[in-house]
Design a protein around this ligand. Structure first.
Ligand code: GRF
Length: 196
């Protein structure tokens, strides 16, 4: 516990279920992650995770992306909300939009992502199915700092998950998510407090 130092301010971005968000919120509540969640934002107003965050009393922002307008314009409300929240870190927890280089360079070295494979293997939105279809024997979880390429940037943690012969997408996803829910809060704690 780092109770002698201020809590870093953290914005979480998500698009869907939000199970990684839940793991992060629980770790904060239990004191395993010394951080204050100052904003939870989504491109998807119907995200179940966003609804839970609102119910739990967090500041939420829904910034639905509109078709036919540039990505940069769609993400501007998110950038504005993050700036307004004075977040020190931006944690992507299943945020399914590619960020523009303007977004990434607005918060250099301060955006963290989790991806369900051992990057650089299986980047993209279907990493779990792709690993299964490729007949891989091992996949896993990667946590990295976001740079201007997709699912790319300095890796800060990785953990293997072995693929079993009878694995389905659901069974493999369940084991990967279990690793994510343990590894993400622990890695964020180390990253935020690495000088202590
Ligand atoms: C996770 O598998 C994460 O690695 C990927 O998107 C998924 C989000 O799941 N980036 P959830 O919304 O946290 O349940």
């Amino acid at each position: 516990m780092k109770s002698h130092r201020p809590k870093p301010r953290v914005a979480i971005l998500l698009s869907g279920t939000g199970s990684n968000m839940d793991a992060i919120l629980n770790a904060c509540k239990q004191g395993a992650l010394w951080a204050e969640i100052v904003l939870i934002a989504s491109d998807n107003p119907d995200s179940p995770g966003l609804a839970r965050a609102a119910k739990a009393g967090f500041r939420i922002v829904a910034a639905p992306y509109k078709k036919g307008i540039p990505r940069g314009e769609n993400e501007q409300p998110l950038i504005d909300a993050i700036r307004e929240s004075q977040a020190d870190w931006i944690v992507l927890a299943g945020f399914m939009r590619v960020l523009t280089s303007h977004f990434v360079s607005s918060f250099p070295g301060r955006i963290v992502n989790i991806h369900p494979s051992l990057l650089p293997a299986f980047p993209g939105a279907h990493a779990i199915v792709d690993a299964l279809q490729a007949g891989a024997e091992v996949t896993g979880v990667t946590i990295h700092i976001v740079d201007e390429l997709v699912d790319h940037g300095p890796i800060i943690a990785q953990e293997e998950v072995f693929i079993q012969q009878d694995d389905t997408e659901d069974s493999l996803a369940a084991r990967i998510h279990a690793v994510e829910h343990r590894l993400y809060p622990a890695t964020l704690q180390e990253l935020f407090h690495e000088d202590t």
